[in-house]
Design a protein around this ligand. Sequence first.
Ligand code: ITT
Length: 204
Amino acid sequence: MNRRLVPGDRLVVATHNPGKLAEIAELLAPHGLVAVSAGSLGLPEPEESAEDFAGNARIKARSAAERAGLPALADDSGFCVAALNGKPGVHSARWAGDGRDFTSAMQRVHEAAGNAPDRRAWFVCALCLAWPDGETATFVGRVDGSFVWPPRGARGFGYDPVFAPIGGAETYGEMEPARKHATSHRARAMAQFAAWLAEAPPSA
Ligand code: ITT
């Protein structure tokens, strides 16, 4: 099977999260790949039963690629707080409940962390590219910073208002999207994906 992706190729972006979809489509644009959303294809959301980000990204990417008959890129990501031993982590979406209420998810993190002096926090993003035959390639990015309370800024999505990356005071909720895209966990995983795109042999 030809595993090379070239400008003009269609790639399913296997996410149902509009915030992620917008960021991934923007990060893919310079590579000329045409992003087709999982929603537009009516793809179901598989159960994310793995214990780590890479495992869940593989489940989502394989499910979408198999059903769509196209290569698919999935993102499994999350917000991790040192004082909570890395939680909410792979359960970041679940902490927001079925209604995906991130105001209450951020409040829940704040209450769980209390006044713990350790304010370190980080985001992780695992991107998995899968082909319809089940073959995969996975790329993981991380960005370190701190847990900020109270939340600040209305940009971005999810936990962005309570995270400030190292080296600045602005939260991802306050920051220009272009600055987030330059350094984020998703951008770092995408940079590895881009390096892989540039290197991938015509057929593997
Ligand atoms: P899909 O599985 O359909 O992609 P999801 O929202 O359920 O969508 P995850 O299971 O990967 O995705 O959950 C990750 C959660 O972590 C997500 O809902 C966000 O709230 C949070 N998250 C991930 N990346 C983020 C970012 O860049 N900024 C803020 N929050 C982020």
